[in-house]
Ligand binder design. Sequence first.
Ligand SMILES: [Mg+2]
Length: 401
Amino acid sequence: MRITDVTTIKLRYQMDVPMADAIHYMPDRPTLLVQVHTDAGIVGLGEAAAYGGYLESTEAIILGELRTTILGADPLSVEKLWAMMATRAHQRGRRGMLMMAISGIDIALWDIIGQATKTPLYRLLGGYRDTLTAYASAGFYAGDKGIAELAEEVGGYSSRGFRHVKIKVGRNPEIMLNPLHEMPASDYATVALDEDIERVRAAREALSPGVGLAIDANNAWTPSVALKFMREVERFDIAWLEEPVATDDIEGSALVAQRLDTPVAGYETETGLPGFRELIARRAVDIVQPDVIWTGGITESRKVAALAQAYGLPIIPHVFSSGVSSIANMHFIASLPNAGLLEFDQNPNPLRTELFEEPIEIASNGTVRLPDRPGLGVTLNQETIDRYRVEDHKVAVTAAD
Ligand SMILES: [Mg+2]
């Protein structure tokens, strides 16, 4: 079997009400899908993360560079193709957008291998489990959402069967060095640190007993702010504190992790095995959070998971984009002995809920079962693709802003 082409699909869903985390303002949900075509008629599907950027930027790397590298190659040699894509571009980027672009192709190659061997991907990768526990990823900032609305939202998740809920913290303009100051719409839906503590308290009180509550600061704080905040909220039994400090502040994150009983989780914003090696080996995290559409695909994320296992650490991947990111991360998680929890975005996004002919469904006890079809096991819904497809995402986002 040979690779005959690599193509992309650019999609965009405009939010009715923009949402925000500590530092990112999100008026829309852009998605870059990747398809790898073969002479056997098998088409593999993947997604390349495009967080905060224009889809065209990552698309240019995929079509202008990586496509040429893998055309004519055997898609089953995924490890070799990964090395070729990364090595040939190493002078221009070892992390960031290059890894996102490689991720999209790598996932599509694994989908091809699954289809060619008629095996669901998670089984091909080891098949540790066939059911995952989903956690509700929610509690974002929004213009019209106060503490009462947040509590109502969070309470709804536990009554729907979720055993874990995560909310955002850190959108605090008074905090020095908060990257929020450099971001678009930096005055949208901000809260003081004291109000953030109240948000956590309200969320805890809204949850049924025994339901875990995690908080996510999206790199907003310095170590001292993180420690001060946690002194106030640790009594609310926080399941984990996610990305408390800047991704590159490894000593700072290690200090926070050492001082707290609460596990520190991260860093979705890191990419590639060498970056995760530093976070893991220097004990900057207690929970490791790669994302197969961002970290370097399934090939690289498996190595991150193995390294975490060597250090006795669990993997709770970051999952926050289209249905392709959900299903690809699901297969990855189900294959691992040191994972099992699935981030399940609760914000409205038809690119997650209506992208496939076979929707990803949550059972009433908050669990999700892997499909038993070959590869990723999904078929794109053409109507959804047609409705949300954009040819020029750069123009669309500029107009919306
Ligand atoms: Mg996060």
